[in-house]
Design a protein around this ligand. Structure first.
Ligand SMILES: *Cc1c(COP(=O)(O)O)cnc(C)c1O
Length: 223
């Protein structure tokens, strides 16, 4: 099936209140334009320099999301335009995004990434770490970032029970942060979870943003 047909089929399975992020990492601009021309406006990338080049070359009404591990020295490439950083995994990264956001006279929306998978290769906070950080004076001083929710990746497995449990865990983390720290904050409302193979489970468990790559654009070459 073509990229347009894939998009149409996937959109049929996603409720209106869930935002579809088309993950275009490693894919050429022509592929992104095919999706763009069938109405998709939100795209996700996981390399700062690749994202910056695509931003410069492609239509300016695209909403770009950064979804991968972001090295602090790369923040400057995306700070002028990025719409949402899904992958805050350290205080240092928060401080650097805040600094670059300030330089660009912006407030940058971010999600806190949580480690919900069994594998220890995936980045992210655990609840206590995040809670300590969000209650700290350092966090209170960061005026140019806004935390609008959480993000997580489930274990890469066929075990649906396990995947579901991990997504439920992220939803619990969200609910707890909402009630303990972001109670009066209406912006704190996003749960970014679900990829090509598990997004339907994620939506059942409360996802508000799904990040889908290969089911739209086809499999990626390993690089
Ligand atoms: C690549 C990637 C995705 C998309 O994965 P697919 O399985 O191709 O849908 C989603 N989230 C993150 C963080 C990614 O790096």
């Amino acid at each position: 099936m073509s990229i347009q047909e894939n998009l149409i089929e996937i959109k049929k399975t996603i409720p209106d209140f869930v935002k579809l992020i088309a993950v275009s990492k490693t894919k050429p601009n022509e592929d992104i334009l095919l999706a763009y021309n069938s109405g998709q406006r939100v795209f996700g990338e996981n390399k700062a320099q690749e994202l910056s080049e695509k931003y410069q070359e492609l239509p300016k009404d695209i909403e770009w999301h950064f979804i991968g591990h972001l090295q602090t020295n790369k923040v400057k490439f995306i700070a002028p335009f990025v719409s949402l950083v899904h992958s805050i995994d350290s205080i240092k990264l928060m401080e650097d995004i805040n600094k670059e956001a300030k330089k660009n006279n912006r407030i940058i929306d971010c999600l806190m990434q949580f480690h919900i998978a069994e594998e220890d290769t995936k980045f992210g906070f655990d609840f206590n770490e995040a809670s300590r950080l969000l209650n700290s004076n350092i966090f209170a001083s960061l005026e140019n970032i806004r935390i609008i929710g959480v993000m997580g990746m489930a274990t890469y497995t066929d075990n649906e029970v396990q995947i579901r449990k991990e997504f439920q865990n992220l939803k619990l983390i969200f609910d707890q942060l909402k009630s303990e720290i972001f109670k009066d904050n209406i912006s704190f409302k996003e749960i970014s979870m679900g990829m090509s193979d598990d997004y339907q489970i994620a939506i059942e468990e409360g996802s508000t943003m799904v990040r889908i790559g290969s089911s739209i654009f086809g499999t990626r070459n390993l690089i």
